[in-house]
Design a protein around this ligand. Structure first.
Ligand code: GDP
Ligand code: MG
Length: 171
């Protein structure tokens, strides 16, 4: 018989980078070009089955308040086991913002938190403003998982969440 593990996952990053879209793709395998922005926090769950008869259930907190009211953020990432920090590969300022979230998590969140950096909107490669290699080097130096994702085309979305599941301490 298999084992079930449950983890709290938070999404952080600048407004409009695609946090809610990544969650919608992962949980419902859908994408919406004209999504209404998140109001407050949305809570969704999704499970991943790993090869070894293990199931990981993510409780996903998709937040919007943190974008404007930074003081709310600790409430969301408190007790989080993992975080996805998202930037938009076409918006350089969004990577700066992502880096500041990573610093804050590394200082203030659970010391064992697993953090993944997601460079989203990889389908907009023609408008790319952030080099993959540069972001990968930053992620490696900082101890983060790293994927370039597209919530629109679904590229690397399951891979992102599966690699987080595999990095969680399962015992
Ligand atoms: P959030 O504010 O970070 O939650 O961002 P949203 O998920 O609301 O997305 C903001 C906008 O970017 C919406 O118009 C989405 O349709 C669009 N978007 C999100 N992900 C992608 C993606 O991977 N590719 C493209 N081309 N657009 C995306
Ligand atoms: Mg949102």
């Amino acid at each position: 018989s298999g084992k079930l593990y449950q983890f709290k996952l938070v999404l952080l990053g600048e407004s409009a980078v695609g946090k809610s879209s990544l969650v919608l793709r992962f949980v419902k395998d859908q994408f919406d070009d004209y999504r209404e922005s998140t109001i407050g926090a949305a809570f969704l769950t999704q499970t991943i089955s790993l090869d070894d008869n293990t199931t990981v259930k993510f409780e996903i907190w998709d937040t919007a308040g943190q974008e404007r009211y930074k003081s709310l953020a600790p409430m969301y990432y408190r007790n989080a086991n993992c975080a996805v920090v998202v930037y938009d590969i076409t918006q350089p300022s969004s990577l700066d913002k992502a880096k500041s979230w990573v610093k804050e998590l590394q200082r203030q969140a659970d010391p064992n938190i697993v953090i993944a950096l997601a460079g989203n909107k990889s389908d907009l490669n023609a408008r790319r403003a952030i080099d993959s290699e540069e972001a990968q080097a930053y992620a490696t130096d900082t101890g983060l998982l790293f994927f370039e994702t597209s919530a629109k085309t679904a590229v690397n979305v399951n891979e992102l969440f599966t690699s987080i599941a595999k990095k969680m301490p399962l015992e």
